[in-house]
Design a protein around this ligand. Sequence first.
Ligand SMILES: [Zn+2]
Length: 253
Amino acid sequence: MKQVQPSTREMERINWLEFREWVPAKIQTVLLPLGTLEPHGVAPNGTDILAPVAMAREIAPRLNAMIAPVVPYGFTGIMDAYPGSFTVPEEIFRGYVRAVLVGLAKNKFKNVILLNGHGGGQTAILNALAQEIGRETNTRILVVNWWSYCSDVTLEVFGEDGGHGAENETAYIMAIDPALVRKEHYKKEMATAMPPPNTWSAYPFLSTIMLYKEGQGYPTFDSAKAKKYFAKVNDKIARLIQETIEKWDMAGV
Ligand SMILES: [Zn+2]
């Protein structure tokens, strides 16, 4: 039988001989996960790394995409003072990600999908780079911030809004590996509602669980809901990527 899948979709696991058979002739899309090290309540400091990596592995086959090695160090922000966390200076992060995007374009991927695991200033940098490198290399670049794009899924599965290190992110990690979430360390007082715009700010931020809405998004550690959430988030992200590529094709850009 003829092989209809590459032996692996992960770029660090495939050799150059097989890679050149698939890209770009049979595979035009690459998923690039990006994260950072940052505290997340009782979920791991690498939540923003682990989530997009697991997402990429889950959705790559149905999108016929390769997966680029993760960019693990990011532009962290107001929580970088917590143990085990740090930030890469903005200009260094920007330059490094720029080089990664140029490298993927050089390898003839037409569609570069940035699966971003971390918000704040990192999103703004990625949005700007998508435009800059897309224009420069004639590639099509999509930046996806899964936790905000899937806030309706959070509402649907948990009946409440989520937050940083809150119910939604904690559930997504539980679905990947329940042992990574340390429920015994959890106290409800660990959570703080996000300040409304222009009301107050603090560095370091006073809490590693930041609720988007007051009183909503406390982790409940429900593994059945976690699995459901993981599946629904991945479906919604895969749909967005597929529809985006179809519209790019339709427009001929
Ligand atoms: Zn996070």
